[in-house]
Write a protein that binds this ligand. Structure first.
Ligand code: CA
Length: 242
């Protein structure tokens, strides 16, 4: 195998926030073997500090942590940085997952999990982010999507509502753009999961629901409409003159 530094993606840094030393080491070793850089933090407060200093490309965040839990740490981090977060939850309860995703996490895994699968999920997250960047680059001068008070800029990956910047996580942004490129078109959850998350399996459709909830919280309830039993659509705000 080639030394890490000559491998592709060697520049990617992943912050592993995990208080079980054996697990943290196992994850960090697998990350290094994949050719990425791994850094470990063992509590939430250290993670917030490390995220600011390291500017990692991805964060793997355990929920149950000393000092500050993973939910609070994630909230603090994603309020100032556009970094994808993959959350580790100890209990297989929907509440935990939904809370985790509501805090700004992009994906989650339930313990116990295979470290190999965790790496595969990281790769999927990176693929998705690269693809979104490629799409924005390839659509030369892709126009801003303007809907009255809501303006979405795919190139800058920014959103404003009434000229005020709204901070979205990378996943929330990709979900919004996917819906807003075809306003009033109902997308099935499975379609959104495949397009936005790059997940081939439909078991994670609740993930879509919790991200829609987060978008509604940030942009207003009426922006995304639910068609029961079908899926979601972007509804331009009423101030749009047509
Ligand atoms: Ca823990």
């Amino acid at each position: 195998m080639l030394p890490n530094k000559t491998m592709q993606n060697a520049e990617k840094t992943i912050l592993v926030v995990e208080d079980e030393p054996d697990l943290a080491t196992a994850i960090a070793q697998r990350i290094s073997a994949r050719g990425w850089n791994a850094r470990v933090a063992s509590d939430g407060a250290t993670a917030v500090k490390a995220a600011k200093e390291l500017k990692p490309d991805l964060i793997i965040m355990d929920i149950m942590l000393p000092v500050m839990d993973g939910i609070e740490a994630t909230k603090r981090i994603v309020s100032t940085q556009a970094v994808p977060v993959l959350m580790l939850t100890a209990r297989d309860s929907e509440t935990d997952k939904i809370r985790g995703l509501g805090s700004g996490a992009d994906d989650y895994m339930t313990k116990p999990f295979s470290v190999r699968e965790l790496i595969a999920r990281c790769e999927a997250l990176f693929r998705r982010i690269n693809r979104a960047a490629e799409i924005a680059k390839n659509i030369e001068n892709e126009k801003k999507l303007e809907f009255g008070s809501i303006i979405i800029d795919p190139q800058q990956r920014s959103v404003t509502v009434n000229d005020e910047a709204v901070h979205l996580t990378p996943t929330e942004f990709d979900l919004l753009v996917t819906l807003a490129r075809k306003p009033r078109t109902v997308f099935k959850r499975e379609t959104l999961l495949a397009e936005v998350w790059d997940w081939p399996d439909a078991s994670g459709t609740r993930t879509v629901d919790s991200h829609v909830k987060a978008l509604r919280h940030k942009l207003g309830n009426k922006v995304i409409e639910t068609t029961h039993g079908v899926g979601y659509s972007f509804e331009p705000p009423e101030d749009v003159k047509e």
